[in-house]
Design a protein around this ligand. Structure first.
Ligand code: K1U
Ligand code: ZN
Length: 170
């Protein structure tokens, strides 16, 4: 078990674009396990490898109340987007900040499992929002990128102030 460091906005490494996983073997299984441990430790419902500075297209999600239903998505891809809905989102890389974001209401997506099985499925609601949020991370995009310029500016000021008060060791 390992808890990994979660990168926090405005860390530039959150803007990296993750590379497709070529081989699903012991390294990817270890990464997925550590990502799940980290997500549970941080009380998140999802985590993308980019957030723990691993440039591979791996996502973990668990929407169950008792945290016993993990989903590991390898090389996830959205193939269809339908409708539009708004939901209040948070992000482990943008602590203590929540905002309403507009995204597709329903999606069709595919991914590989740790057993190297290709799954194609459709979903909506919180899972659809979470999958879109996590795939954005793999592409170097954050939910705050959807905010208006004024809201982004306010948020940037808040995090600049925080950085001055508690500088991150880099
Ligand atoms: O990617 C992440 O940073 C994880 C993020 C996922 C997410 C939450 C809400 C909407 C879309 C994507 C979180 O888990 S933030 C944690 C959190 O605040 C939360 C926990 C349970 C339900 C809703 C939010
Ligand atoms: Zn996030």
């Amino acid at each position: 078990m390992a808890i990994l460091e979660v990168l926090r906005f405005p860390d530039a490494r959150l803007r990296n674009k993750a590379m497709p996983v070529e081989k699903i073997g012991s390294e990817i299984r270890r990464i997925a396990e550590n990502m799940l441990d980290t997500m549970y430790a941080e009380n998140g419902i999802g985590l993308a490898a980019t957030q723990v500075n691993i440039q591979k297209r791996v996502v973990v999600i668990d929407l169950s109340e008792k945290k016993h239903d993990p989903l590991v998505l390898i090389n996830p891809e959205i193939t269809k987007l339908e409708g539009c809905e708004t939901m209040r989102e948070g992000c482990l890389s943008v602590p203590d900040y929540y905002a309403v974001v507009e995204r597709a209401e329903a999606i069709e997506f595919n991914y590989k499992t740790l057993e190297n099985k290709l799954v194609t499925t459709t979903t909506d609601g919180l899972l659809a929002v979470c999958v879109q949020h996590e795939i954005d991370h793999l592409n170097g995009k954050l939910f705050i990128d959807y905010l208006s310029p004024l809201k982004r500016q306010r948020l940037q000021k808040k995090f600049d102030k925080r950085e001055k008060q508690q500088p991150s060791v880099l």
